[in-house]
Write a new protein. Sequence first.
Length: 318
Amino acid sequence: MNILLNNYCNLTCEYCFANHVLEKDRINMSLQSFHKVIEFAKRSNLETINLIGGEPTLHPNFNEIIDKIDQQNFINSIMLFTNGVFKRKQHDRLLEYSKTSNLKMLINYNDFRGTKVMDIMNNNIKELRDHAEITLGINFYKKDQDFDYIIKASKENGLKYIRWSLVVPNTELKAEIDVRNYYLDNKDMILRFLKACLENELIPHVDCNNIPLCLLNDEELRVFAFSSELNLKTSVCETVIDILPNLKVIRCFAFSEYEVDLEDFKDVEELSDHFTRAVDDKFNGVTLFEDCKDCKSFHYRSKSCACLKFKEPITKIV
């Protein structure tokens, strides 16, 4: 369960998977609403609070929100999803929190080499790396994308993991692309990246929208397996649950057009069950490729590989 503290960012990444949410009027979650989310998390027996955005550190009451979390006995850790471009005030509060509690940070490490943005990112990583559990993340969105910079940064900062994801096209072209070719066109780049991680003793792990395993031959499948067993996480596209600043809730950014009200649900289990019935179950048995019909993994899980959003032209959410 992710809490969107705001719906705006200080960067303009062309691939942004959250553009449908971020293109609306700027909204910050109120402290009163955040209190309701904390109560919801407590009823759900959650021990980790995930903070995202937008860029969550831009929230005008970000430090007060960290204070609120720090006061909760049931919360053991914070997972902060950030682009790493935050100011000294937020940096100092995070550093203070990390000295008494478990702070995890997933930094979306975009390639801004030669800019002030990159300098800020690198400085924040350097000053927090010994106090927080930091993972750098890369989103692959174009063929032959450079990834050497993130491998170098991970090694220089003594970081162990790299989160990666193949971005789902987020424009009107999504419904028109050939999904199989989309994955095949990007497969060689992903394989080079995984091999580079292996050579540098780094552990890459896929976030979502992995390349369907049926598109990999035996040698390529071994690269996925040897680089990290986490890269075999593929077939099931699971419900994420994102709580928006206005306390509306979406399954994930890809299905942001379908919203429900947080206060209509008792806890995260009830909310997750709703999205499974309202969204996920509509895709059960719907094939993405013709050969899905003969795929043992498909029949075992009743879902094809790849992001469920690719199936939307076939199955509409109502």
